[in-house]
Design a protein around this ligand. Structure first.
Ligand SMILES: Nc1ncnc2c1ncn2[C@@H]1O[C@H](COP(=O)(O)OP(=O)(O)OP(=O)(O)O)[C@@H](O)[C@H]1O
Length: 201
């Protein structure tokens, strides 16, 4: 029986970077779950690779068929963009393990849908001090830095991933990314192998 390893963490905790490393490690044998989004496709993106790019009507269709596992909407300067995990047949836990990335709320929705035992949280933790520094460093490199949005996300994620919410979601293990990123990646990779029964920790 396969599992869904679910990467989570506050903004600038390094989850995207760690996700990319883990999904590309063949020895872990993890498949990606492609989300659906109403956000417009960007240059260099391919439909069905980063996301399935769809319109609102397609999401309504999935909704009517009761196939939406979780859906979130983000209010951006370009309008409302929706992202959804859809039970479209791509997730076959009889045959595969998956690596996904998302919020604490989406993690809980997947737990409800597939059963708590099917989900394994990979919670990435970084001190606020380092997190703010990395966020600022990343934002400075943007063509049009948006420091207000950066601060909003920093504070929103501190609330979303409060100790109380982490406890409620029954997340016990934490992967510290304050130091060398490679060490954090190795720890997460060993843990995944251990859960899959490939190695003893
Ligand atoms: N261990 C580390 N040491 C130093 N910098 C790191 C480390 N891990 C990640 N970073 C850097 O921190 C920044 C944030 O990382 P990343 O974009 O992966 O975070 P994220 O959690 O996905 O953030 P967001 O949710 O805001 O997109 C990036 O510039 C990344 O290169």
């Amino acid at each position: 029986m396969g599992r869904i390893f679910y990467v989570m963490g506050k903004s600038s905790s390094g989850k995207d970077t760690i996700f990319e490393e883990l999904i590309n490690r063949d020895e872990l044998g993890l498949k990606n779950i492609i989300l659906y989004t109403t956000r417009p496709i960007r240059a260099k993106e391919t439909d069905g690779v980063q996301y399935h790019f769809v319109d609102e009507e397609k999401l309504h269709e999935f909704e009517r068929a009761d196939r939406i596992i979780e859906m979130r909407a983000y209010h951006t300067v370009q309008g409302i963009w929706k992202y959804a995990t859809v039970d479209d047949g791509q997730i076959d836990l009889e045959r595969h393990d998956y690596l996904a990335i998302g919020t604490l709320v989406s993690y809980e929705k997947l737990q409800e849908y597939f059963g708590a035992d099917m989900l394994v949280p990979i919670y990435i933790e970084v001190s606020d001090d380092n997190r703010l520094e990395r966020a600022l460093k990343r934002e400075r490199k943007q063509a049009n830095p948006d420091y207000e949005e950066m601060c909003r996300r920093f504070l929103a994620d501190s609330r979303d991933f409060s100790e109380e919410n982490i406890r409620k979601a029954q997340i016990e293990k934490r992967f510290c990314n304050d130091g060398d990123r490679e060490i954090c990646i190795e720890e997460a990779a060993s843990y995944i192998k251990h859960i899959k029964g490939l190695v003893l920790l």
